[in-house]
Design a protein around this ligand. Structure first.
Ligand code: C5P
Length: 231
């Protein structure tokens, strides 16, 4: 029987989610969905529109009539807003880094993106991927609670700061993590049953290898139940 695997990867800023998710997607022929990109694109859009980000009302109004679409490029699904695509440079700017966690803490914004994020599973199926790997903060806890594998990535603060500096980015990761972990709506948490990987002293390949081992054992389990057949 042909089936489909769902992987949820959560973790703090610069914990290694994006690299691991993108590499997994490539190795397994899965669709990669970065939900951080969604919150960043919405924040960039609101900033561009001149919406006052300290007013929830203004943000709600700013999101009125905003249409969400998807563009699949290679292994990755990108969010399109009112038909417009965003560059990584735009959504990873210092302004967005500073504002994104405040915007993402607003329940209306999270609700606005939730169904869209869930709909990416169908996008992956429609594009004949073998599964989906979605990364963020609340994927295992809220967005894809039914994921076959839930991974929580951790790295110490110094390592994460070094990674960001290496990418040439100004990013107050501790500040973002604090807002993301303490907000009421869908905070960053390690859900029970999630596999925790400390990436501090691991290479990129080492992280991917550990996750692939988990995928393999889940795949063996599901295959024996006739639910999943690896490519
Ligand atoms: O993953 P990345 O660091 O690009 O995410 C940017 C921000 O988007 C996070 O700091 C967080 O505030 C928000 N986010 C979220 N929930 C997700 C993904 C990202 O709140 N699932």
């Amino acid at each position: 029987m042909k089936s489909f695997l769902i992987i949820a990867i959560d973790g703090g800023a610069a914990s290694g989610k994006s690299t691991a998710s993108a590499t997994l997607a490539e190795n397994l022929h899965f669709l990669h969905v970065d939900t951080g990109f969604h919150y960043r694109a919405v924040t960039f859009y609101l900033l561009k529109k001149g919406v006052a980000l300290d007013s929830e009302k203004a943000i709600e109004k700013g999101l009125e009539r905003l249409e969400l679409g998807t563009e699949v490029q290679g292994q990755t699904a990108y969010l399109i807003l009112n038909g417009k695509a965003f560059s990584l440079k735009e959504v990873r700017s210092e302004d967005v880094n500073q504002a994104v966690s405040v915007v993402a803490a607003i329940p209306y914004v999270r609700q606005f993106l939730l169904e869209y994020q869930r709909s990416q599973v169908k996008v992956a199926r429609d594009h004949h991927f073998s599964g989906i790997v979605m990364e963020g903060r609340d994927i295992g806890s809220v967005v894809l609670r039914n994921a076959d594998l839930r991974v929580f990535l951790y790295a110490d603060v110094e390592t994460r700061m070094r990674r960001r500096a290496h990418q040439g980015e100004m990013d107050s990761i501790e500040h973002r993590d604090k807002i993301d972990s303490t907000r009421k709506a869908a905070p960053l948490v390690q859900v029970p049953g999630a596999v925790m990987i400390d990436t501090t002293d691991l290479s990129k390949e080492g992280v991917v290898e550990l996750i692939l081992e988990k995928v393999k054992s889940i795949n063996d389990e599901l295959t024996s139940e006739g639910k999943f057949v690896a490519k």
